[in-house]
Design a protein around this ligand. Structure first.
Ligand code: ATP
Length: 313
C-alpha cells in the first residue's frame, strides 16, 4: 500500500506561551487537492512551515512520503511562501533559472520548462523583464512558476491567488488542475479565496485559533453544514403557519411580497434531524400553499463564517 504524501500525528507549535497550532493529525494522499482554511492567525502558515521543514514541530510525528522529514525530500516539494521572495535586481528568467539551479535542475531542461510556463500563463514576452518592474499580480505569476518549475510531486501554496485578478486567478487555477490531472501532483493550499476552494479542493481542513475545527470532503462538509436548511416560497396565512411551526423548526429568514391573501412569502427554515424534508413538506402542504421548496446549498464562504462563529461561541 502506498504511503500518504503527508502524515502528521499530534504535531504542534508554540511561540512563547502562545500555542499557534494545537496537536494536529493530518493525512494528505497522492493526487489530492486539499484546502487549508482558517481566519487570520489560525495557524495555517505555521503548519505549512513545518511541512516544508522551515520550522520543527515541538512534539508529534511528521512523515512525508512515509519518511521522517529530511533535506533530500525538499526537491520533491514546491513551496510558495506567504512572504514573496523575488530579487528586484534580477530579470525574470535569470531569477527563475537561479531557483531551478538551486533545486538541481539542468539549465537546458529548466529553460525549456520556463518557456512552456511563460506561454501557458500568457506572459511569453517577460523573459528579460526586470523583476522590479512587475506589478504585484505579475510577480505572483512568476513566483508560482518558480515554485512549480522543477516538477515537484507536492505543491504547498500559501495564498497562491493573492494579488491576482479574477482572470489570472482562473488561469493559475486551471494550471493547478492540469498539474494534478496530468502529472499526478498533490496540492495543499492555504487560501481565503472560497471560490477557488469550491472550484479546486477535494478536501478541506479548517483551523481556528490553532485547532482543527472542520475537516472532510468539500461536498460533504457543505452538505453537513447545511443542517436541514430549506427554502420555501409559499402563499397562505404566514402567522398561523409560523405559530404551527412553533419550536419544531427554526425560522431563519422571511421576505414577503404582496399583501393580504395574495402575499407570497419566501422563508428559510432549519429543520431538526428528526424532521427530514419529505415529511416536513407533507406537513407543510396541509397548512399553506407551497409554491417552491428546495434544500439550501451553502457556499464555502457560508460554511467558513458559520464554523468560525460556532467555534468562537
Ligand atoms: P493568516 O491567514 O493571517 O496568514 P495564519 O493562519 O497563516 O494567518 P500563522 O501565521 O500560522 O497564521 O500564525 C498563527 C499564530 O502564531 C498567530 O497568532 C501568530 O501571531 C503566531 N506566530 C506565527 N509565527 C510566529 C513567530 N515566528 N513568532 C511568534 N508568533 C508567531
Amino acid at each position: 500500500m502506498s504511503h500518504p504524501i503527508i502524515h502528521t500525528t499530534g504535531i504542534c507549535k508554540s511561540f512563547g506561551d502562545h500555542q499557534a497550532l494545537a496537536p494536529l493529525d493530518l493525512e494528505v494522499g497522492s493526487g489530492q487537492i486539499v484546502g487549508l482554511l482558517g481566519p487570520n492567525g489560525a495557524g495555517k502558515t505555521t503548519l505549512l512551515r513545518m511541512l516544508t521543514g522551515i520550522t520543527k514541530p515541538d512534539e508529534g510525528t511528521l512523515r512525508m512520503w512515509g519518511q521522517p522529514h529530511h533535506r533530500d525530500l525538499l526537491s520533491r516539494m514546491g513551496y510558495l511562501p506567504e512572504e514573496r521572495g523575488l530579487y528586484k535586481s534580477m530579470r525574470v528568467a535569470e531569477q527563475v533559472l537561479y531557483f531551478a539551479a538551486l533545486r538541481g535542475m539542468e539549465r537546458r531542461d529548466a529553460e525549456h520548462e520556463l518557456r512552456g510556463w511563460l506561454e501557458r500563463l500568457e506572459v511569453e514576452g517577460w523573459w528579460n523583464r526586470e523583476v522590479a518592474d512587475l506589478s504585484k499580480g505579475m510577480a505572483q505569476k512568476i513566483q508560482f512558476i518558480a515554485t512549480v518549475l522543477h516538477r515537484p510531486e507536492l505543491l504547498i501554496l500559501d495564498e497562491p491567488f493573492s494579488g491576482l485578478d479574477p482572470i489570472n486567478a482562473a488561469l493559475v487555477r486551471g494550471e493547478m488542475l492540469r498539474l494534478v490531472q496530468k502529472e499526478g501532483t498533490t496540492l495543499l493550499l492555504s487560501t481565503h479565496d472560497m471560490g477557488s476552494v469550491e472550484a479546486l479542493c477535494d478536501d478541506v481542513v479548517m483551523l481556528h485559533q490553532g485547532n482543527k475545527v472542520l475537516a472532510g470532503a468539500t461536498d460533504e462538509v457543505r452538505e453537513s453544514a447545511r443542517k436541514g436548511r430549506i427554502f420555501l416560497r409559499l402563499r397562505g396565512n404566514m402567522m398561523a403557519f409560523a405559530a404551527e411551526l412553533g419550536a419544531r423548526a427554526e425560522l431563519l429568514s422571511k421576505v414577503t411580497e404582496g399583501e393580504g391573501s395574495a402575499a407570497v412569502h419566501e422563508v428559510e427554515l432549519a429543520l431538526p434531524d428528526a424532521w427530514p424534508m419529505p415529511g416536513f413538506l407533507q406537513w407543510a402542504v396541509g397548512h399553506v400553499e407551497v409554491l417552491e421548496a428546495r434544500p439550501v446549498k451553502l457556499s464555502m464562504e457560508d460554511v467558513f463564517v458559520q464554523t468560525v462563529a460556532s467555534a468562537s461561541s
